[in-house]
Design a protein around this ligand. Sequence first.
Ligand code: ATP
Length: 212
Amino acid sequence: MYIDQSKIPQATAKRLPLYYRFLKNIHASGKQRVSSKELSEAVKVDSATIRRDFSYFGALGKKGYGYNVNYLLSFFRKTLDQDELTKVTLIGVGNLGTAFLHYNFIKNNNTQITLAYDIDKDKVGKVVGDVPIFNLDELEESLPEDVTAAILTVPSQVAQSITDRLISKGIKGILNFTPARLTVPEHIRVHHIDLAVELQSLVYFMKHYPIE
Ligand code: ATP
């Protein structure tokens, strides 16, 4: 069943980890179903709130039966895994790359640049905004397996060959800030942000489609 998670109210989302922990215990004890009353007593949330919360998860408790523990657990697992930290590497610590390392998406608590690469000997070995810079020649040996996304801020001529190497190391998503159009296998997601094009397009629209 598809559930649009953006529709889950924040107050409900905050109770998710609480429900999740309790349901894991229930599951471990071998129970297949649980009533909203049992849940309510265990997590100290009134049962009307629990019923409303669970309706957002697509879980409709049946009278006299309660909720299906397996269904709820798999829903919580899927939803909460989105809060897992995605580790990101940045390739090319030039002007733009340096800015990203300082910024490091601190407000997104589920993404973090954990290491960067460059080929410039003056940059390799340094730490910028808490992020260590490695030698790109040693990518294959040094990129940790749990890093799954990459930001590309290198000159465009080298973007494709670096992309190929990143993919063969298991990178699944690339945020491409170079003007190069990258060719990647189907299972790899590339988002392309060409700042120069965006700026030109803004200026074009300002001129030709002025907002009165
Ligand atoms: P800077 O002012 O530091 O040169 P820039 O953004 O103007 O930055 P670019 O030429 O776009 O310079 O290079 C961006 C960064 O990519 C630089 O730090 C450069 O050393 C690095 N770089 C260049 N070629 C490669 C490569 N093949 N692999 C990894 N990094 C590279």
